[in-house]
Design a protein around this ligand. Structure first.
Ligand code: THU
Length: 129
């Protein structure tokens, strides 16, 4: 298990804004050069505008100019390690994430390849000429 990413995701989870679901999530993503970016879920009174922790972490990395990401850790207070939603899996594929650590706050984890999380995915290479 990746202790640094887990600690970063747990810390980011403290900032979750989840007054509607009361389900706080934290995420941390590592770029290929080792830089780590974090995110938490941010909800909205207009529920559909809410965004998951994973996408906040990934978009933060992208907004800082880090396009090559490799590992992401997501954590929530669940019995089993939390599984990312379909939208987040698609965004992970876009930015070359290879491996995802599904975790709970107790530290239980499940390490998954992106190819397992989103098999036969539609990725950016399809649009390359
Ligand atoms: N959520 C995440 O942030 N990541 C996940 O992997 C699962 C769901 C958030 C979205 C929403 O704010 C709350 O958890 C309940 O769905």
């Amino acid at each position: 298990m990746d202790q640094e990413l887990f600690a970063a995701a747990m810390s980011a989870r403290q900032n979750a804004y989840a007054p509607y679901s009361k389900f706080a999530v934290g995420a941390a993503v590592r770029a290929i050069d080792g830089t780590v970016f974090t995110g938490c879920n941010i909800e909205n009174a207009s529920y559909g505008l809410s965004i998951c922790a994973e996408r906040v972490a990934i978009f933060t990395a992208i907004s800082r100019g880090y396009f090559q990401l490799e590992v992401l850790c997501v954590v929530a207070d669940t019995a089993e390690p939390v599984a990312p939603c379909g939208a987040c899996r698609q965004v992970m594929l876009e930015f070359h994430i290879k491996e995802v650590w599904l975790m709970n706050c107790a530290g239980a984890y499940r390490k998954m390849k992106m190819t397992e999380l989103l098999p036969v995915g539609f990725g950016p290479e399809v649009l390359e000429k």
